[in-house]
Design a protein around this ligand. Sequence first.
Ligand SMILES: NC(=O)c1ccc[n+]([C@@H]2O[C@H](COP(=O)([O-])OP(=O)(O)OC[C@H]3O[C@@H](n4cnc5c(N)ncnc54)[C@H](O)[C@@H]3O)[C@@H](O)[C@H]2O)c1
Ligand SMILES: N[C@@H](CCO)C(=O)O
Ligand code: NA
Length: 455
Amino acid sequence: MQRPAAGPREAGAGAAAPVRVGILGLGTVGCGTVNVLLRNAQEITRRAGRRIEIVQASARDIGKKRACPTSGIALVPDAESVVRNPDIDVIVELIGGLDPARALVLEAIGQGKHVVTANKALIALHGNEIFRAAQERGVMVAFEAAVAGGIPIIKAIREGLTANRIEWLAGIINGTSNFILSEMREKGADFADVLREAQRLGYAEADPTFDVEGVDAAHKLTILAAIAFGIPLKFRDAYVEGISRVTRLDVSYAEELGYRLKLLGIARRTESGVELRVHPTLIPRRRLIANVEGAMNAVLVKGDAVGPTLFYGAGAGSEPTASAVVADLVDVVRTLTTDPTNRVPHLAFQPDALEDLSILAMEEVRTSYYLRMHAEDRPGVLADVTRILADLQISIEAILQKEPAEGESVVPIIILTHRVVERSMNAAIARIESLGPIQGRVTRIRLEHLHADWH
Ligand SMILES: NC(=O)c1ccc[n+]([C@@H]2O[C@H](COP(=O)([O-])OP(=O)(O)OC[C@H]3O[C@@H](n4cnc5c(N)ncnc54)[C@H](O)[C@@H]3O)[C@@H](O)[C@H]2O)c1
Ligand SMILES: N[C@@H](CCO)C(=O)O
Ligand code: NA
């Protein structure tokens, strides 16, 4: 293992010498970081033991009006020169996306600089490579801001829960989707309008399809599963389904039945493999996590010793995310002179102790279901549907038959089922859809009770 070129240099520079930081990208999170570091400079220095000074930042448009002061920060147009600046000890990557972020982070590591990033896409897709490079170079790559913004969930799982065998976790980890679902339910708002508002508030990704199609949540879930179970990052094996097809009708039927619709990321160990799945999920309304609204995030983590724990807070936005970036900076500063082998491992488990557990295909996952179908109002239809379910060993928890809408002859039928493997449910849905009196497609929403003893 090589020693970092820049890291330990400050050990000889005296305890009071500031740690010099370069920021790549001065957008929502970049400016939040500048603002928090400036406002709380004294307290942060008292905690870190060293002053943290942003000396340089890359910004594509230097003359642009920004949401933070930049006097005292040398602004340069190209990120590469910040990464190569020999006077900089730590690089904070807040550009987002894979390209050029991946190359810049690897270059920073190669230069012996520590890295702090909020980039979940980068960690989920290239984290295995990045952590390997960082380990070889003896530098840290910190990524608290990448998951659930300001909630210190990485720290909690990686350090606070380190005694536990973590059995499962389930989280609302995309603020934009949760904001959209909340506004649709509470105000009957339109999907597109709420998405625009989330973009205006700085919650959404540069490409908001990442938010609404579940990709951003899957990036974060991939990271959480890795640090919870000690497995490599396996984003490509995750099941990903977003909220873009959710209708207000299902949101309100589910409410009538005592359930709330959330976009959940679920990671769970089972005997046959690890579940890694993001999809709209109905959960009992009485659960604390069901009442997390707006851009707030929450992550339920079940450890065998501690039991269920719930972490709640702002998952997106300028200063909440900056809170995590600055916390990482302080962590980096505090351990600059620590022998790299004594630092907390990037993925919580020692790199040579990661287990390559397989991820279950969605067809193999067992869950409960909400089904909504529309049937012609004639005798025997419900009996045909329930017979199909019974033939496939799917037991029913509840059935709700609604009145046909004014002037219509089709009746909406809602069925809640007990747990069954998804393959059987796929077969049942195909058979139900082929029944003559069933109109159109069957809507399926997965349902989880999130019991503490979920094994
Ligand atoms: N906004 C949030 O609430 C939030 C929360 C958690 C994590 N994140 C993550 O933080 C990162 C930054 O997000 P953001 O919301 O601040 O985005 P943003 O679009 O507001 O800011 C990104 C900035 O990087 C600049 N940039 C782009 N390419 C560049 C390049 N090649 N060189 C230099 N600058 C470049 C852009 O001009 C922009 O100012 C992303 O990885 C995002 O996923 C954001
Ligand atoms: N776009 C993300 C930002 C925080 O990671 C969200 O909405 O949760
Ligand atoms: Na976090």
